[in-house]
Write a protein that binds this ligand. Structure first.
Ligand SMILES: Cc1cc2nc3c(=O)[nH]c(=O)nc-3n(C[C@H](O)[C@H](O)[C@H](O)COP(=O)(O)OP(=O)(O)OC[C@H]3O[C@@H](n4cnc5c(N)ncnc54)[C@H](O)[C@@H]3O)c2cc1C
Length: 390
């Protein structure tokens, strides 16, 4: 393992508070997260205690209102926190991003009473969230989901199966999109379901290529009865609520991707300085220097794009197409950079003795989650050409 620590990323941060926050996050990442990342990913162990630490450190509600336990931070800052966490371990960065996604619906569309009742526990009370949109038969075409919610005397009874749920089986609450009306997007409503409600049951986690510490599981809702007070927004508004959460969530995935890519570049650059062939460090060869230069350029370009989208969001401007562009660019960059990092390390890069093969496996999933990169292109094209165009 190279012993020379790379310099931290030079970040433009808007306030002293944000600078202190990033310093705190780097410290937690270096001391608490990175040292056990490889071993725990190998073992498929979810670090619940780290999430308790992050919650106690105010890092599980950063972009939300401090009146409810959030951190009042702009997305520009929150995303750079995610990037640092993901660079140390994707399971943690992505976990915070998914928790923030799961909290978005209630924080944004909940009533005053709902927010007062639930948000403090979600944003700073140690709870962990999951976001339930996908189903076994509806992924990219999420509006065709089949999980049903039926009214029953001031309550709703939810029945169906959600698939691919990050934190499935370990979450404390599930934000669930279910069908309450006819077919299509307008028949869907959002609900906040406590994990301990009767009839909620998670299947064993999927056996994945990477991101093994982060459980991904089907979650079954078997006649789960919840009060109407846990319905988020109006009946039929659930799909719009789900998509709004995803616009912001995609920025989180973009930031996580750049974190993974940066970690891979740091490893590759350090290795290239130390590894000698033909009597010289391999970093002396122009073929590798250009590869490393391209990796660094892709990362900077991706970071600039997700920050530009975040700043639009922070200014209250529309940002959905830019979020899709950032997700597409940053996750494709991560795939390319992690692949190139393995190349820089040669045969050693292909072994589990170095982290770059893990980064490569982790980068792949980021091109799939929260809308595949094909779906991001559809979102971008729709904004460009109008909703009537396919
Ligand atoms: C590790 C992991 C964690 C996840 N976490 C969550 C979670 O927490 N919550 C949640 O709700 N979901 C989650 N997902 C699900 C994820 O969002 C879906 O896998 C994704 O949306 C794709 O759906 P699908 O897998 O059913 O693929 P499909 O929709 O079946 O797509 C298969 C292929 O067809 C392509 N395709 C589909 N439609 C089109 C089209 N119109 N044009 C061009 N290409 C198209 C896709 O891009 C893809 O390449 C997770 C998935 C994984 C792998």
């Amino acid at each position: 393992m190279p012993d020379r620590a790379p310099p931290p990323v030079d970040r433009l941060l808007p306030t002293d508070e944000a600078r202190d926050l990033l310093a705190l996050v780097r410290d937690i990442a270096r001391r608490e997260i990175a040292p056990t990342a490889a071993e725990e990913e190998d073992a498929g162990r979810f670090p619940r205690e780290l999430f308790t630490l992050l919650s106690e450190s105010g890092l599980l509600g950063l972009p939300y209102d401090s009146a409810y336990g959030g951190g009042d931070q702009p997305y520009e800052v929150y995303l750079q926190v995610l990037e640092e966490l993901a660079a140390a371990r994707l399971t943690v960065g992505l976990g915070v991003s998914v928790h923030t996604l799961a909290s978005h619906s209630l924080a944004t569309y909940g009533t005053e009473e709902q927010r007062a009742a639930h948000l403090p526990g979600m944003l700073g009370g140690g709870q962990l969230g999951a976001y339930c949109l996908s189903e076994p038969a509806s992924g990219s075409d999420a509006a065709s989901l089949r999980t049903k919610a039926v009214r029953d005397e001031g309550h709703w009874v939810i029945t169906g199966t959600k698939a691919w749920i990050t934190h499935g089986g370990i979450a404390d609450f599930y934000t669930v999109m279910a069908r309450t009306g006819g077919e299509g997007p307008r028949g869907i409503t959002a609900f906040l379901v406590p994990a301990d409600a009767e009839g909620v049951r998670a299947a064993p986690p999927e056996r994945k290529m990477g991101l093994k510490g982060s459980p991904t599981a089907q979650v079954h809702f078997d006649g789960v009865r919840i009060p109407d007070a846990r319905r988020i927004g109006d009946e039929g508004e659930g799909f719009a609520i789900a998509l709004a959460a995803l616009d912001s969530g995609r920025l989180g995935i973009a930031a996580c991707a750049i974190g993974v890519a940066q970690a891979a570049l740091d490893e590759a650059a350090a290795y290239a300085r130390e590894r000698r062939q033909f009597g010289r460090p391999i970093a002396d060869f122009q073929g590798l220097r250009f590869l490393l230069a391209d990796m660094a350029t892709r990362i900077e370009a991706g970071r600039a794009l997700y920050l530009a989208a975040a700043r639009l969001r922070d200014a209250g401007r529309p940002f959905a197409p830019q979020a899709a562009m950032a997700k597409l660019t940053c996750t494709d960059a991560a795939m390319q950079v992690t692949t190139d990092a393995v190349q820089v390390l040669g045969g050693y890069g292909y072994t589990a003795d170095f982290p770059v093969e893990r980064y490569l496996r982790e980068a792949k999933v980021l091109q799939i989650v929260e809308g595949t990169n094909q779906i991001q292109r559809m979102v971008i094209a729709r904004h460009l050409l109008g909703p009537e165009s396919r």
